[in-house]
Design a binder for this molecule. Structure first.
Ligand code: S3P
Length: 170
């Protein structure tokens, strides 16, 4: 049984890498944010606007723990998910966790205009955005760094991720 949880800040490329890795391994790919959107019948941004961040954190944690995962799967998680409740410990106990580590500047460049889909970042620009992500990343690193695998995001390919995971499961 191999369940691979991809974790990392918004813009780290969890979904893109996850899809490629799942295709290489021939595993199904699951995106927890997408599952939440399907169950709630609204986008994450709408969820935040309707119910607020606290309710969202409870909902994403429930999705994490209540999903009937296939034996093998690549699972992409929301950027904040590992940092609330016991979610990081839960993922470490129920699968292999891989953190995609990137600097705030690299994250901003990767996010591009897609940052506006993220309610937490939407209203921030320029130095304010950089300062915010830098501070958040420092806080979140306390959780992210507990991952089984910490991978350098800039040079991470699906092939490399597969090799890192194989090293942990051998
Ligand atoms: C969030 C990350 C988002 C989504 C929500 C909050 C965060 O997921 O869960 O907007 O707090 O980092 P992605 O990391 O997939 O963008």
């Amino acid at each position: 049984m191999t369940r691979i949880f991809l974790i990392g800040y918004m813009g780290s490329g969890k979904t893109t890498l996850g899809r490629k890795l799942a295709a290489r391994l021939n595993y199904p790919f699951l995106d927890l944010d997408h599952l939440l959107e399907e169950q709630a019948g609204m986008t994450i941004a709408e969820y935040f606007a309707s119910f607020g961040e606290t309710a969202f954190r409870v909902a994403e944690s429930e999705i994490l723990k209540s999903t009937a995962y296939p034996e093998n799967a690549v699972i992409s998680t929301g950027g904040g998910l590992p940092c609330f409740f016991d979610n990081m410990e839960w993922m470490n106990a129920n699968g292999i966790t891989l953190y995609i580590n990137l600097s705030p500047k690299a994250l901003i460049s990767r996010l591009g205009n897609n940052k506006d889909d993220r309610p937490i970042l939407r209203d921030k620009h320029g130095d304010e955005l950089l300062g915010f992500i830098t501070e958040k990343l420092e806080e979140r690193n306390a959780y992210y760094q507990k991952a089984h695998i910490v991978a350098e995001g800039l040079s991470l390919t699906a092939e490399k991720a597969e090799a890192l995971i194989a090293g942990k499961t051998a």
